[in-house]
Design a protein around this ligand. Structure first.
Ligand code: PLP
Length: 464
């Protein structure tokens, strides 16, 4: 069969034919085949423009989840497509271990200039899990190179998502990832409490109290294990997988101080937070802390190409300068794809030129303001966010904070209601709203109206 392209397929294919083919041959990540095969379980998306996507039947939706929280510059950016086309037509690939390409050099220079402090050294990958995996291996070899080979352990936080390769999975405890199936994980990971003010597991009653207790808990773990055995702490500046848990202002400076005192590296996972999502270019800028490494992906290209990176400070890179023994023993075929780099460069240019970081801050504030009246609903326990990263914490009971997701089908019914009214997003324990960073006030108004209807609808269905 010859390649028809989207236009040809739209004319020659039917929904039922594509669906049957998908069910026979496509394996959807994290999805149960029976659910995909169920009624309404498969949506085939064919187009995107700005904040919206369109399915095969022509129905238009707001993408309230921006793909998988990555389409920062919005859908349909032809200038990125053109840059990728130009690069691929001239040189689509060069051996990334042996050679440099100009877009990769330019991208690394650009990233060094926009990341905080002396985060200057860019190891490119093809996604978030690869970037986290790279940071973990880099942390271990950093200590080996400096004569501290016993530093092999990692500390991450409860409920944080960091990816799915076995190393990244070892520090990933997002509730929907049933990682026990893949055990044994790396045996050298300890999980610290999440500084989530609404659900502080250490009983903190204010964001600050929760932050201080959770940071102290990290140091307690280090002392229990022996600080001389810890390689790194890894954490997202603001965790989305725990429903946009914005830590109190004390948390990150305390983590920085604890890591410095014990010779432990601090890794900030900016895979979601980075490139404007939080209303700053990088999430860590909210907290005035420069980590030793950051991991990025997603918003670096807004999904126009699969690219990620682990970016390190000068002192980390310096530990790898020497002879063969010091050389970082790690690399991917796509550690520096020229077309990916081209896409990233244009994407970052758009973010800067259109002040999408500012728009994320302004529209994020407006979105939170507009959502605030929903707090009156019995199933809305908390509403929180930073930039265009917002979550409604849905509860069965405001007193006990038991998640609404414990009521069978409640979340899927709400998801369907939102979709019927033209909003696609993730609803689990949290209703997540992370639209594209170009979103306008009017679009925010329309999104909030759909959410408001959905909350009222599900409450009525459940008899509140
Ligand atoms: C904070 C964080 N780190 C890492 C990852 C893994 O990224 P990827 O799915 O590109 O491997 C994700 C994915 O959602 C993430 O949210």
């Amino acid at each position: 069969m010859s390649y028809q392209g989207l236009k040809g397929w739209m004319e020659s294919e039917t929904f039922d034919g594509l669906r049957a083919s998908a069910l026979s041959n496509v394996w959807f990540p994290f999805q149960q085949w029976n659910d995909v095969a169920g009624e309404g379980g498969l949506r085939i998306i064919t187009e995107g423009h700005g904040a919206k996507i369109v399915d095969f039947q022509g129905k238009e939706y707001y993408d309230g989840f921006a793909g998988l929280v990555l389409v920062n510059v919005g859908y349909g950016r032809e200038e990125i497509a053109r840059a990728v086309y130009d690069q691929i037509s001239t040189l689509h690939y060069a051996n990334t271990f042996a050679f440099a390409t100009i877009p990769v050099i330019k991208l690394a220079e650009k990233l060094a200039s926009i990341t905080p402090g002396d985060l200057n050294h860019v190891f490119l990958t093809s996604g978030g899990s690869d970037s986290v995996e790279t940071s973990m291996k880099m942390a271990r070899q950093y200590h080996v190179n400096r004569g501290e080979p016993k530093r092999s352990k990692f500390i991450s936080r409860k409920g944080s998502y960091h990816g799915v390769s076995l190393g990244a999975l070892s520090v990933n405890t997002a509730p929907w990832v049933k990682r026990e199936i893949f055990e044994p994980m790396l045996p050298t990971v300890r999980i610290a409490p999440q500084p989530s003010p609404y659900r502080c597991e250490l009983g903190g009653t204010t964001p600050s109290e929760c932050a201080v207790r959770c940071a102290e808990a990290v140091e307690k773990i280090m002392l229990e294990e022996g600080p001389e055995t810890i390689a790194a702490v890894i954490a997202e500046p603001v965790s989305v997988s725990t429903g946009v848990a914005v830590p109190g202002p004390e948390y990150w400076p305390m983590l920085r101080d604890i890591c410095d005192r014990h010779g432990v590296l601090l890794i900030a996972d900016e895979v979601i937070n980075g490139f404007g999502r939080t209303g700053k270019m990088f999430g860590m800028e909210h907290f005035g802390v420069v980590p030793d490494m950051i991991t990025v992906a997603k918003g670096i290209t807004s999904g126009y190409q699969p690219v990620g990176a682990c970016i390190t400070r000068d002192h980390v890179a310096q530990a790898f300068v020497g002879g063969p023994e010091e050389t970082f023993q790690h690399g991917y075929t796509y550690s520096g794809h020229p077309a990916g780099a081209a896409a990233a460069l244009v994407n970052i240019d758009i973010i800067e030129r259109e002040d999408l970081v500012g728009n994320s801050a302004r529209m994020g504030e407006y979105l939170l303001d507009r959502l605030t009246p929903l707090r009156e609903h019995p199933i809305v326990g908390d509403i929180r966010g930073l930039g265009l990263m917002c979550a409604l914490d849905l509860v069965k009971d405001k007193g006990t904070k038991e998640p609404l997701s414990t009521i069978p089908d409640a979340c899927s019914k709400l998801t369907n209601r939102l979709a019927d009214n033209g909003l696609l997003t993730r609803v689990s324990q949290y209703l997540i709203l992370t639209p594209v960073l170009t979103v306008s006030r009017q679009e925010v108004d329309e999104i909030v109206d759909i959410v408001s209807d959905g909350i009222s609808y599900i409450e009525k269905e459940l008899g509140y």
